[in-house]
Write a protein of this length. Sequence first.
Length: 215
Amino acid sequence: MAAAKPYRILIVDDHAIVREGLKQILAEVDDIEVAGEADCSSRALQMARSEPWDLVLMDITMPDRSGLETLELIKKEQPAIKVLMLSMHRETQYAVRALKSGAAGYLNKQSAPDQLVAAIRLVASGKKYISAEVAQELASQVSGEREGLPHESLSNREYQTLCMIASGLPVSAIADQLALSVKTISMYRARMLKKMQLKNNAELTHYAIRHGLLD
């Protein structure tokens, strides 16, 4: 009986050292093949369109477009592609948003290699990967603990900007990191303040700390 073909995965992360580390871990696994890599959203979208993939392993933070926005575009164009988000950010920050945007799982970059392999296998086989931390976050939403919180009304880009402002980054630095204009980031900031009924960056930061939105 012929051996089953390995899962073909695409790694999307803007840091070469992270991509290399992931490839080294997965090179030891017979049923997983890293068949491609991308260092930005535009390249990831191009590759997702041009080849068949069993799974896309993608970072949340990228220079040209956020992982969440890229996820939404991939799922819109290629609904069958399974996406596992891999991020340095705590589950309270992005996990539920990622799942709502179409991800089949969310994994923290501090997870052990065997946990990464297990998550890839589960998602590639058509199932969802929900860690204990993500399950707790989902339970908080289902129980109503987080229902109606102001930050839940923000778009993914506005929410990303909120987290960056609250972490102490000035608007100019955020604009550089996201490859957007200062005017655009200032517009996101103004919309956030209005939606959340806050007055300034200090109140944004206090809100983010109080609700566990910072690393």
